[in-house]
Design a protein around this ligand. Structure first.
Ligand SMILES: *[C@@H]1O[C@H](CO)[C@@H](O)[C@H](O)[C@H]1NC(C)=O
Ligand SMILES: *[C@@H]1O[C@H](CO)[C@@H](O)[C@H](O)[C@H]1NC(C)=O
Ligand SMILES: *[C@@H]1O[C@H](CO)[C@@H](O)[C@H](O)[C@H]1NC(C)=O
Length: 343
């Protein structure tokens, strides 16, 4: 049992450093194969058909590179009783070339409301424009159709309200359960977005090259905690007793690195010799193992920092994509890790 822990943690670090070194190179190569956005006007006859019967304006699996995300303001309100979530986001985008549509990834999300603001709309507090949405599930894409062309080199803000069930399985924003020592079954909600499942949790530009900052807010009940990539800035108390945690804005990073969890776990914390705070979260029945896990994590972090001579770049240690899942499912334990290998 104990040696297995070491192995999992060790694998996590290997993945972490491989990703830091290999991924950027892959991304740079793929930059050259990005499709352009003028295909629609050239040959509209061969475009796919959206779920409502209209022509979907984009036929490539890869997104066009004319609209670039800069910042996501993401609000998530999961309910661990009804096993669903409502959410909204505001994506700040930069338009590189004039375009009539924005293509985003979205999978199994019910999109309720999309509004577009230009910078001028915001400055003069104008209401913004409602956008029509086309769905093309075969490519897990949606198209937001804008009434007037978006202009090159301007910033726009896309606000989307959406909802979904917490997913079954281990991808996207999914539900998981554990059993307490008293035999009670408790639910937690966890994300695992790698490689392309962030689109199951929020509409996004779900390709590693589209890096952006993320500001995440999570609404929860007081018996739960919420964790995300970054340290919490504040918690707001809402009418009716719900709480809302606001997390610091991340560095620029890919969508698959975004992570959040709502659960009723407890934590132990320690500090590595370079001053990084590490916390281990575990369900009560795994409490006895957390101190060992913490000790091992601190030692490993010190080891890798010395070995690679790279200091851990963020204030908190976090996110082991797959490894979070392993610990929750098999050990009911997770690391409070934000994405670390952001380049
Ligand atoms: C749609 O968005 C607008 C602007 O953000 C908001 O005023 C309106 O209440 C929303 N409608 C629905 C049905 O969510
Ligand atoms: C979830 O729904 C239940 C009722 O079904 C409600 O009592 C509870 O406050 C909700 N929790 C959140 C976080 O909205
Ligand atoms: C976005 O991340 C970059 C670092 O990757 C940082 O310099 C910048 O301040 C961040 N932006 C915001 C709005 O926090």
């Amino acid at each position: 049992m104990v040696s297995l822990h070491i192995k999992l943690i060790f694998n996590g670090y290997v993945v972490f450093y491989c990703a830091a070194i290999i991924l950027p190179n892959i991304c740079i190569c793929s930059l050259f194969s990005m499709p352009s956005s003028d295909q629609f006007s050239k040959d509209p006859g061969t475009f796919p058909v959206a779920t409502n019967g209209e022509s979907f304006p984009w036929r490539e699996l890869r997104l066009p590179n004319v609209v670039i995300p800069l910042h996501y303001d993401l609000f998530v309100h999961p309910n661990l009783t009804s096993l669903d979530f409502v959410a909204s986001e505001k994506i700040e985008v930069l338009v590189r070339d004039a375009t009539q549509f924005i293509i985003l990834h979205s999978k199994d999300l019910e999109i309720m409301n999309v509004t577009l603001h230009s910078e001028e709309d915001l400055r003069y507090r104008k209401p913004g424009k409602k956008l029509n949405v086309l769905n093309y599930p075969a490519h897990q894409q949606i198209a937001l159709l804008v009434p007037e062309k978006l202009l090159a080199d301007l910033k726009y803000y896309v606000a989307i309200d959406f909802q979904a069930k917490l997913a079954d399985g281990f991808e996207g924003f999914y539900k998981s359960t554990y059993r307490t020592l008293g035999g009670e079954t408790r639910t937690i909600a966890v994300t695992d977005f790698e490689p392309t499942e962030a689109r199951m949790a929020f509409p996004c530009f779900d390709e590693p090259l589209f890096k952006a900052n993320f500001s995440i807010k999570i609404r929860r009940e007081s018996r739960h905690i919420a964790l995300s990539n970054m340290p919490k800035v504040k918690t707001i108390e809402l009418e009716g007793g719900l709480l809302e945690d606001h997390f610091e804005t991340t560095v620029k990073m890919s969508t698959y690195l975004v992570a959040y969890i709502v659960c009723d776990f407890k934590s132990v914390s320690g500090t590595s010799s370079s001053g990084v705070k590490v916390s281990i979260y575990a369900s009560p029945d795994k409490w006895s193992q957390t101190h060992y896990a913490l000790e091992a994590s601190l030692k490993l972090l010190d080891f890798y920092e010395n070995y690679f001579d790279i200091n851990y770049p963020l204030p908190k240690l976090g996110r082991f994509k797959f490894h979070i899942v392993i610990f929750i499912v098999t050990y009911r334990m997770c690391f409070d890790f934000p994405p670390s290998y952001v380049i």
